[in-house]
Write a new protein. Structure first.
Length: 94
């Protein structure tokens, strides 16, 4: 029982840290958007034929969004489930 309480406390601290970190990144994104209002050129010759000219804040937001989606896809599922050792006297379920 004590192990479950400690595991839950660690889980909550981990979630709290992730939330604070994510909010800090969003704050930086907000500050970049407020102070970089000029237009910038974006060119990617293999994919885009013409050069895009957009506000810098919009570019920051787009790159941030792509990064968040990439991180979500990379960390999503795909791993093996951890199997617990069988309990003595109980039949295994497959």
């Amino acid at each position: 029982m004590a192990f479950a309480v400690l595991a839950m406390a660690r889980m909550n601290a981990k979630i709290l840290f992730k939330t604070v970190f994510f909010m800090g990144v969003l704050l930086l994104l907000l500050l970049m958007g407020m102070h970089n209002r000029s237009s910038v050129d974006f060119s990617l010759p293999p994919v885009l034929k013409q050069t895009l000219q957009q506000p810098a804040a919009l570019m920051y937001f787009a790159f941030f969004g792509v990064g968040v989606l990439t991180g979500a896809v990379i960390t999503m599922g795909g791993g093996r489930r951890k199997t617990l050792p069988p309990i003595p006297g109980r039949p295994e379920v497959k």
